[in-house]
Design a protein around this ligand. Structure first.
Ligand SMILES: [Fe+2]
Length: 357
């Protein structure tokens, strides 16, 4: 009988391929650390064992996070099919079901299922991280902290990713004095733990320690050498610290070096670049070149946020008809059943502006 294989967190996984599990562990770590090789690691796991349902689900999640929605959902369909095979544990089946709900845009429905699974398997880091970010994007800071406190402890105390998750949730709840040493401990254990570096950035910014932050961040960002877009987000934090201290040239230089020529492939880059350009405008250091670049990027993309931004840029240029058309495309590109109030609100504002002439 083949030996039962376990993932890096000690959970049994249904595959006979040790190589597939190793690649899967690498994928999970990359997801936890915003690694550039997340998709590649899960792909390697799937090619080592095409029937490995959890690896397919991990691949689906990472494609979805890369905003390859259709590919992510198609991969998740394959994961759900693979999870029907006899011999899979109830944990694995429910794990795939929970991630399938999330990839299907049903994060709220995934919450109780993930909680149920974690009550029995509190070391399922894939699900811990997903639920954490569901709460994060819903602005539910108390729930983020409560989640981490419910699963932390025991062997997970030795895991930098767990400490980083805990540190950031403490920070989001205003518990800065506890958050900072915990985040520093995580980075000490694992200098590539980008989420812990992020917690440090947030604490120092929120507590007004911008000079300390501007000094602390670069040597902490540097070792995170396999970061994807999250590097830009950390550098964006650095730019905010320079801005807060009136070092506008440093902030403008960071805009140029980080976002100035970036093709911008995920929405996070767009949000950060737009918000930095906007802040530089507010601080009276405008540069039309920034908006030209961002407008060109938005025009070439079909993502909802880009089209929404394009509508706003067109409106700023007094092209209301073009703005309405871009907003119409943003609403049409929304991947779920009904467009959010935010987009519909923008559209009605534009239509009102059009009627006023
Ligand atoms: Fe941040």
């Amino acid at each position: 009988m083949a030996a039962v294989l376990r993932d890096a967190y000690g959970l049994t996984v249904s595959t006979d391929s040790r190589a597939a599990v190793d690649h899967y562990d690498r994928g999970v770590r990359a997801l936890l650390g915003f690694g550039a090789d997340t998709v590649a690691a899960f792909e390697a796991a799937v090619s080592a064992d095409p029937e490995f349902a959890l690896a397919r689900a991990g691949l689906a999640v990472s494609r979805y996070l890369n905003e390859e929605m259709a590919e992510g959902r198609a991969e998740m369909d394959r994961a759900v099919a693979a999870a029907q095979a006899p011999g899979l544990s109830a944990r694995e089946r429910r794990h795939v079901d929970a991630l399938a709900l999330w990839v299907g845009g049903r994060g709220n429905d995934a919450i109780p299922l993930i909680r149920e699974i974690l009550a029995e398997h509190p070391r399922d880091m894939m699900l811990i991280q997903r639920l954490y970010y569901i709460h994060f994007w819903q602005g539910r800071s108390a729930e983020m902290l409560e989640l981490i406190e419910s699963v932390r402890g025991g062997a997970l105390d030795g895991d930098s990713y767990m400490l980083g998750l805990h540190a950031f949730s403490l920070e989001e709840n205003g518990r800065y004095a506890e958050a900072l040493p915990l985040a520093e401990r995580a980075v000490g254990m694992n200098p590539k733990d980008a989420w812990a570096v992020h917690a440090i950035a947030h604490v120092l910014y929120e507590t007004g320690e911008n000079d300390r932050g501007a000094e602390a961040l670069p040597p902490r960002i540097h070792p995170c050498d396999h970061l994807s877009y999250f590097r830009n987000h950390l550098l964006w934090h650095l730019a905010l610290m320079h801005l807060a201290e009136g070092r506008y040239d440093r902030a403008a230089a960071l805009f140029r070096s980080v976002f100035g020529r970036l093709p911008i492939e995920v929405s996070a880059d767009l949000q950060d670049s737009v918000s930095l350009a906007w802040r530089l405008d507010l601080f009276e250091h405008p540069d039309p070149e920034r908006w030209r670049h961002l407008g060109a990027v938005a025009r070439n993309r079909q993502c909802v946020e880009c089209l929404d931004l394009l509508a706003w840029l067109r409106f700023k240029l007094h092209d209301v008809a073009g703005a309405i058309e871009a907003e119409r495309r943003a609403i049409a590109a929304w991947p779920y059943e009904s467009a959010p109030r935010r987009l519909l609100g923008h559209m009605s504002e534009l239509v009102r502006a059009g009627e006023k002439g």
